[in-house]
Design a protein around this ligand. Structure first.
Ligand code: ZN
Length: 281
């Protein structure tokens, strides 16, 4: 319902936008350091993520991992936890506020409160060229949540078991040998890898469009802490039409884990949890 604008509506709308966080105070992206790490990488493990399913994997601090498109255009939903404590997990909302709605090379994936530290840094993104398109869309978003059977049931009245939320739950439960009900609360809002999304200009609704990813494309991360990760190959495939059903063509994704040359990490320290005292006044 619209309301009547006050006489000074125009003036009120003229307030200047202010970037919420002084991101210049963040530790800078040290391109020389990450560049040196990338120069000598040894492949240590490869994990195939089957379509409409997920797998969990661990990445030691200082190692690098890539999510690679291998068969066809496919979106992936990524969860991250501290390998030592499932309560410390990826915080998509704060990552969005510190960086942007979509992330690329140089951006970090931050953990939730009270840890609030970089869990991973994006060190390469072959889709970095995409930028922002004519619809205002970009790639690798931290605005969507993850497709889930509850929303799908609410909207369509059907039980579909292969949404990313369920895939991630099964993958975490299998990896930690937990019951599904025990694992489910640890599943959280994702990094939507390769997903092309934005907000419509007229109604500001979340939209998706076919991902520009093609086989050979990858996004690469440096693990800042010991990570447990889970990746789901979304039921939406390239997310150009539908999701949460068996309609879209879906493809496998590949995860590659690389060990660095020890010399490149000589002066590097894994970030400590946030320094705030937690006394809350
Ligand atoms: Zn999904």
């Amino acid at each position: 319902m619209t309301t009547t604008p006050p006489a000074d509506a125009g003036q009120r709308r003229m307030a200047r936008p202010i970037i919420c966080y002084d991101v210049d105070a963040l530790p800078p992206f040290d391109a020389a350091f990450y560049g040196a790490v990338r120069e000598a990488l040894t492949l240590s493990d490869t994990i195939r993520i089957p379509p409409r399913d997920a797998r969990a994997f661990e990445v030691p601090a200082g190692h690098v991992f890539r999510i690679v498109s291998v068969e066809g255009p496919q979106v992936g939903d990524l969860n991250l936890w501290s390998a030592h404590c499932l309560n410390e997990r990826f915080f998509s909302g704060k990552t969005r506020q510190l960086h942007a709605t979509h992330v690329t090379t140089g951006d970090r994936l931050w953990s939730n409160l009270p840890g609030l530290r970089p869990m991973a840094t994006i060190t390469h993104d072959t889709l970095g060229w995409y930028g922002w398109d004519g619809d205002g869309a970009g790639v690798h978003d931290v605005i969507g949540t993850r497709c889930d059977p509850y929303t799908n049931f609410m909207l369509h009245g059907v039980a579909y078991h292969y949404c990313c939320h369920s895939n991630l739950t099964r993958a975490l439960a299998a990896h930690k040998q937990m019951a599904l009900v025990e694992a489910e609360p640890y599943v959280h809002d994702v990094l939507n890898v390769f997903m092309c999304t934005g907000f419509t200009r007229n109604t500001h609704q979340y939209f998706m469009k076919a991902s520009p990813v093609r086989p050979g494309d990858f996004i690469e991360f440096f693990a800042e802490i010991d990570l447990l990760a889970a990746l789901s190959a979304c039921t939406g495939g390239d997310c150009g039409a539908s999701h949460s059903d068996d309609e879209a063509p879906c493809f496998a994704l590949q995860v590659e884990i690389y060990a660095p040359d020890a010399a490149a990490l000589e002066d590097w320290h894994s970030p400590k949890p946030n320094g705030y005292s937690r006394t809350h006044g």
